[in-house]
Write a protein that binds this ligand. Structure first.
Ligand code: FAD
Length: 435
């Protein structure tokens, strides 16, 4: 292990850690990045949609050599009951642009590429090394890390904690609490391999065009959760995740959910005949604004999922991770350039910048949404999808029933399921949490 002092140590080589290490190395800081996995990306799980804007701010010409799958021209939202789906579907040729806005990626490949950029910028990246402890001085300031390589200690002016959602290092050091079961979802994901032409025919795509389908409804058995189906070049990423507290309450299993999701009549034809080559499970931070911990202290900052910076409503995580990593690194560079110490007071600038960015503005906007969805999950994820599906079926089925009678029956079904008071209450609560 290395026996020298660094300007910064970055713990973790996911989206946030790579963004932080790259930004500091590009500015000439002496950076050590430690990753417990065999290589960057070996432990990481994502759907995965990549948001170009946030990566462009780090690597403007990333399209030249990044391992990208398909650029997205279409987004579908499906609300499912057990036999049907009601869909909202947006497709635009405008997304066939010179610099597409979103891509599907495969994290194991993408992170490897990202890590190569970090190393080319001059950072020292060491994998298969777990940081076991933060090292502090007598005043409690973080001054380095201890690793599992014979307990080696490495010192630095500042430690960037980019250790992902579990964040064991930070929680063990007492910098933040272990995320509660109401603040994290457990997601499972499979990669279904099919010939490229089959994927393009099934999803109505040509060339490298891509599509994603986000699914809610009875697939989550009344728990707060979502499913997803993303088209890659030669495989389909399919997964589903629900709140850990709801798994605990219901006794449902992630494995049971994904099996049922794959058998749904709207989903099964998309993956028919595929070969499953990968299966992964991972946590997602879902507590939103109210679960964000302290973001900085004497000698340390925390970025990405470890800081609960994840927008579950919009399914955005990697972009918040890259942005928080970049902002933390820019702040550290700024403090270093002034030759100031990495004290909590100076590092509070990181929090100020995060507050001014889209990250905190978006998370603040939805601050009441997690609590609403967690407490009303039976209504929003079970009752309403069933009611809406029945209403749609009644609307399109031609059976000689007068339309006025159909409308009355539909209205009666909503009122008998939720009552007038419940219906207005749900609409009011949803509108209030959305604003
Ligand atoms: P991670 O990517 O988890 O990286 C943390 C790294 O730290 C890991 O490599 C880990 O091995 C390492 N590490 C941890 N502890 C230590 C230690 N003690 N020592 C050394 N190394 C350590 N986001 C999107 O933007 N789009 C999507 O489509 C999307 N889909 C998702 C689907 C699923 C199923 C899941 C689970 C997440 C999804 N996300 C998505 C969220 C996204 O994956 C995360 O927000 C993002 O990966 C967070 O990046 P990070 O760097 O903070 O954490």
């Amino acid at each position: 292990m290395v026996d020298e002092r660094f300007d910064a140590i970055v713990v973790g080589a996911g989206m946030a850690g790579n963004a932080a290490a790259l930004t500091m190395a590009q500015r000439g800081l002496k950076v050590l990045q430690l990753e417990r996995g065999e290589y960057s990306g070996s432990k990481n799980v994502q759907g995965a949609i990549l948001y170009s804007d946030m990566l462009e701010k780090l690597i403007p010409d990333f399209r030249d050599d990044a391992p990208l799958e398909r650029h997205l021209v279409e987004q579908r939202f499906w609300m499912l009951d057990d036999s049907s789906h009601v869909g909202l579907h947006y497709r635009s040729d405008d997304f066939n642009e010179e610099k597409p806005n979103r891509y599907t990626i495969i994290r194991a490949q993408f992170d490897k590429w990202f890590s190569k950029k970090v190393q080319e910028a001059g950072a020292l990246v060491i994998c298969e090394t777990t940081v076991t402890e933060l090292v502090t001085n007598s005043a409690g300031k973080v001054i380095g890390v201890r690793t599992d390589r014979d307990g080696t200690t490495v010192l630095a002016d500042v430690v960037v904690l980019a250790e992902g959602v579990s964040g064991l290092l930070g929680t063990r050091a007492g910098l933040r609490d272990i995320p509660k079961a109401t603040e994290v979802a457990l997601a499972v994901k499979e990669m279904h391999f099919l010939p490229r032409e089959t994927i393009e025919a099934r999803f109505n795509l040509k060339g490298d065009e891509g599509t994603v389908i986000e699914c809610v409804g009875t697939i989550s058995r009344g728990m707060t959760g979502m499913g997803f189906i993303y088209a890659n070049k030669e495989c389909i990423s399919l997964g589903i995740g629900c709140l850990v507290s709801h798994f605990e309450q219901t006794g449902e299993t992630p494995y049971g959910l994904i099996e049922r999701f794959k058998r749904h009549p709207s989903v099964a034809p998309l993956i028919e005949g595929s070969e499953v080559k990968e299966y992964a499970a991972h946590l997602i931070p879902e507590g939103g604004f109210k679960s964000i911990p302290q973001l900085y202290g004497d000698g340390w900052v925390v970025v990405g999922d470890a800081a609960q910076l994840n927008n579950a409503i919009h399914r955005e995580g990697s972009n918040l991770a890259m942005t928080s990593g970049r902002i933390a690194a820019e702040t550290i560079f700024q403090i270093k350039s002034r030759r100031d110490p990495m004290t909590a007071e100076n590092l509070s600038l990181y929090k100020d910048k995060i507050d001014q960015s889209f990250i905190m503005k978006d998370l603040k906007k939805y601050k009441n949404m997690p609590a609403l969805l967690h407490t009303q999950s039976q209504n929003f994820f079970l009752t309403y999808p069933q009611l809406v599906s029945k209403a749609m079926q009644s609307f399109v089925r031609v059976d000689g029933t007068p339309k006025v009678e159909k409308e009355r029956m539909t209205l009666r079904s909503f009122v008998s399921a939720r009552s007038w008071f419940g219906l207005f209450g749900d609409a009011f609560r949803l509108a209030r949490a959305w604003r």
